[in-house]
Design a protein around this ligand. Structure first.
Ligand code: C5P
Length: 300
């Protein structure tokens, strides 16, 4: 029997096509209702077994912590300890997803390492098992194990896959050169002050009926106003995406990345060019909606 010595995996980003906060819980966390969607923007993760009993993480971002502060490290530690693995683990991460951006880059890397180690060490864990293991490491990580279009409730751990999945769009991502930490945004949110909540059920029926016009009218993220108060430029980026032909633009997660949805590839590519010229940010990307089960067409 051939034993697997290494795995090469893609770790994809997510956007929130809807994010509602229903209340604050006694444990300080917030009760959420979100619709999550995987996009094509990805990091590449290589994992191999090594004979020495250690966890080594390398990445192309020289400033990124590669010790226990890194979620990929935490995932490797968890698996190694829980399953008494005596071999060491070497992980190389080629990062493209911006960090602290509202795109779940770190959470996705963590999920990918869990999936990768399950394969490498033949642990036989199901997706559900991995989602359960993932939750203590971060609220978005169970979703990152699942991927595709999903309704996430609770703190993000009560997941329902949505079929048919979110309709295909080209996605232009604009991340201004600031970091917004999730705890900071939640700390600045007063649930009673939320002016507009998204109608999650209406959004779900638009997805079901492929009604893209009403879908775009209904999509909303309640954390956007909080982030705009702190960093008003988010508003300007949203407007600029619309001026460049986006059907809808909104902030993802706790920000600061803003995304625009486009039906036409040429229009989306031109928007990337124009926005790069206007804002001169490093992190402006062309991407597209990615659903593992039906993404057979190459969209690049
Ligand atoms: O679970 P995670 O580590 O991703 O959460 C980061 C922080 O975001 C939490 O410490 C909390 O401040 C905030 N958060 C929250 N409610 C959630 C998820 C996250 O208040 N449902």
């Amino acid at each position: 029997m051939i034993t697997l010595e290494y795995v090469n995996l893609r770790s994809r980003a997510k956007i929130n096509v809807s994010l509602d906060v229903l209340g604050k819980r006694d444990d300080g966390y917030h009760e959420l209702e979100m619709i999550m969607q995987t996009i094509s923007l990805e990091d590449k993760i290589f994992i191999k077994k090594i004979p020495t009993d250690e966890i080594i993480i390398k990445s192309n971002l020289k400033w990124l912590p590669v010790d226990e502060r890194n979620l990929a490290y935490k995932a490797a530690r968890l698996i190694k300890d829980k399953y008494n693995i005596s071999e060491g683990i070497y992980i190389n991460m080629e990062k493209r997803i911006p960090v602290s951006a509202g795109l779940a880059g770190g959470s996705s890397n963590c999920a990918t390492v869990l999936v990768g180690l399950n394969k490498l060490f033949k642990l036989g864990l199901s997706s559900k098992d991995l989602q359960k293991l993932a939750l203590p490491l971060g609220s978005d990580i169970p979703y990152c194990v699942m991927r595709g279009t999903a309704l996430a409730k609770g703190v993000g751990e009560i997941l329902t896959p949505i079929t048919p999945s979110f309709p295909f769009f080209y996605v232009v991502l604009v991340k201004p050169p600031i970091s917004l930490q999730t705890p900071f945004i939640f700390k600045n949110l007063n649930v009673a002050d939320i002016k507009k909540h998204p109608d999650t059920n209406a959004i779900l029926s638009c997805i079901k009926n492929n009604d893209t016009t009403n879908l775009c009218l209904n999509m909303h993220n309640v954390l956007e106003d909080v982030a705009i108060n702190i960093y008003p430029k988010i508003s300007l980026i949203k407007e600029e995406l619309l001026l460049n032909g986006a059907l809808h633009s909104m902030m993802s997660g706790s920000g600061p990345t803003v995304f625009g949805l486009f039906e036409d590839k040429k229009v989306a590519k031109l928007a990337v060019k124009n926005l790069r010229q206007k804002f001169k940010y490093r992190d402006i990307f062309f991407s597209y909606i990615f659903n593992p089960q039906n993404n057979l067409k190459k969209k690049n």
